[in-house]
Write a protein that binds this ligand. Structure first.
Ligand SMILES: C[S@@+](CC[C@H](N)C(=O)[O-])C[C@H]1O[C@@H](n2cnc3c(N)ncnc32)[C@H](O)[C@@H]1O
Length: 262
């Protein structure tokens, strides 16, 4: 009798990048469309963004907001600080950060999806956010010098990255000593099986790439950052049936994390 070999599906990262770009192209161009996740102002308010702050941000940026948590309470951005937003999308968080750091500060958003960058730049120019700029590129390798930023922020993005260690290493490189990483992201209580982690479509849907929370924290610390806070964001709800099933089975959830560069 022969021995059966079980081949575990391996993630096709080229396919994943195309699927993520296609998903967020639609988020930029047609935020009222049908998505497996929530978008927009009601989501932002439920997560904890103060309405008074949202009132000062272009409404179209809020319409395409696809974040998973509010981490600005942890980030405590100060006037004059420089901030990097990894996966800045249509720029709602970059605008919120820009209001907090003021005209003497600066915010740089990085994203790989052309339509998100074009929308963000159009809204930035229209609203006169002179302290915000964007870089087209990957969060795994950002074209900025070591120690450039006081804070690195990110919302709902790192779960989409195939190599999260590379993202955290890059964030640590870009932070000054004493600077902080303040993020919200999707993680799991239990390691997802290979049938899910090998499926690019489930990654693009913000499930397949979710890392087990303890491993996620360890990856941040391996990058040379000290994790200070990990808090659950129960206000974040999963809308698709697939995602809701994964919540029950694997403890898929949103967390906000604050870490410092020693
Ligand atoms: C879930 S959306 C979040 C956008 C924004 N942070 C927000 O809260 O609305 C994910 C964004 O990250 C970008 N993205 C995903 N993976 C990326 C990568 N490896 N490099 C650069 N951008 C990436 C996508 O293009 C998309 O705009």
């Amino acid at each position: 009798m022969g021995t059966a070999t079980v081949t575990q599906p391996r993630l096709d990262t080229t396919d994943l990048e195309q699927q993520v770009k296609e998903m967020y192209r639609k988020v930029a161009l047609d935020p009222g469309g049908d998505f497996h996740f929530e978008l927009g102002r009601a989501l932002a308010e439920r997560l904890g963004y103060p309405s008074a702050e949202l009132d000062r941000v272009p409404a179209q940026a809020i319409d395409s907001f696809a974040g998973v948590g509010y981490y600005f309470g942890l980030a405590r951005l100060q006037p004059g600080e420089s901030v990097l937003d990894l996966g800045s999308g249509s720029s709602m968080d970059a605008f919120v950060a820009a209001l907090q750091v003021g005209k003497s500060g600066k915010v740089v958003g990085v994203d790989m999806t052309d339509e998100q960058l074009a929308k963000a730049e159009r809204l930035r120019a229209g609203a006169g956010f002179d302290n915000v700029s964007y870089l087209k590129g990957y969060i795994e390798r950002v074209r900025c010098a070591d120690g450039t930023f006081d804070a690195v922020i990110s919302n709902g993005v790192i779960n989409l990255a195939p190599d999260k260690q590379q993202v955290f290493d890059e964030a640590a490189r870009l932070l000054r000593v004493g600077g902080r990483l303040a993020i919200a992201d999707i993680v799991t209580e239990v390691q997802l099986p290979a049938g899910i982690t090998g499926n690019a479509t489930l990654w693009a849907a913000c499930i397949g790439g979710a890392m087990q929370v303890q491993q996620y924290v360890e990856a941040i610390e391996r990058a040379g950052l000290r994790v200070h806070t990990v808090q659950d964001n129960p206000q974040y709800r999963f809308v698709s049936r697939n995602a809701q099933a994964a919540v029950g089975k694997y403890g898929v959830k949103s967390v906000s994390i604050l870490a410092f560069k020693a």
